[in-house]
Design a protein. Sequence first.
Length: 85
Amino acid sequence: MLMLIPIRQWFKRKIPKVPPDIRKQLQQELLNEAELDTEFLFLTVSSCIIASLGLLMNSAAVIIGAMLIAPLMLPLRGLALGMLD
């Protein structure tokens, strides 16, 4: 626990402060994009199918291709926004 205090202080110095109005705007954009829609479901299902075929074919390139079309950027953006608090 004692080691975390200098790390937190270092992060507070290095990470610029985000104004509250911009933070609210980012939160609203993430909430709008977080709705479950057909595009998200289609990309997720097709990515799973392609990854399964890549595993059956023992092909790393096909598995990487499945990772590229997977819509997993939103959780990462949410994590980054959570780190601002």
